[in-house]
Design a protein around this ligand. Structure first.
Ligand code: PNS
Length: 162
């Protein structure tokens, strides 16, 4: 059985993430979405909130499981006996960080490889950070995140439901 992990912060999940999840889930028998718990970036959403949003967003994908992890990604992968990591590449600006991360992970555990999916052009500009910035100033985030996520983001900034 071919399995892979798509790791990330998902703070919050965006249409760009969902696109990568949908496409990569078709390439493998099982896809685990790994949600980082020990996040130094002080996430807006708790790990449980992020896991639950991802579960809702992927409920129609039969072979996708959402699991949080702490510590090193390669250790999480190894503990599930998974040797493939999936990351999305939006633009050249992502490349340097992603290359460093993939190479670091391979030094730590040479059995684990990272494969990259180019993000759907429709979502090439999209990031969770931008979603939060737009929402913070009461901007419209309906083009960026699923409907059920919208008010959860505004709520975090004390903005009344739309
Ligand atoms: O969505 P993000 O924030 O770009 O995802 C980054 C993530 C979670 C993949 C990365 O920070 C990670 O794997 N963190 C776990 C700690 C780790 O293994 N670090 C070594 C890789 S350089």
């Amino acid at each position: 059985m071919r399995a892979a992990i798509y790791p990330g912060s998902f703070d919050p999940v965006t249409f760009g993430h969902i696109d990568v999840i949908e496409r990569s889930s078709k390439l493998v028998d099982q896809l685990i979405v790994g949600v980082l718990n020990n996040n130094t970036k002080s996430p807006l959403f708790s790990v449980d909130e992020r896991v639950n949003m991802l579960k809702e967003a992927t409920k129609d994908f039969g072979n996708v499981e959402i699991i949080s992890f702490s510590g090193l990604l390669v250790d999480f992968a190894q503990s599930h006996n998974i040797h493939i990591l999936v990351r999305g590449l939006r633009a050249i600006t992502d490349f340097e960080f992603e290359l460093q991360m993939a190479q670091t992970n391979r030094i730590i555990n040479p059995d684990i490889d990272t494969i990259f999916l180019t993000t759907n052009l429709q979502y090439a500009y999209l990031s969770s950070s931008n979603v939060k910035e737009v929402a913070m100033y009461n901007g419209d985030i309906s083009h960026f995140v699923p409907g059920f996520v919208i008010n959860k983001v505004y709520e975090k900034f004390g903005i009344p439901k739309r």
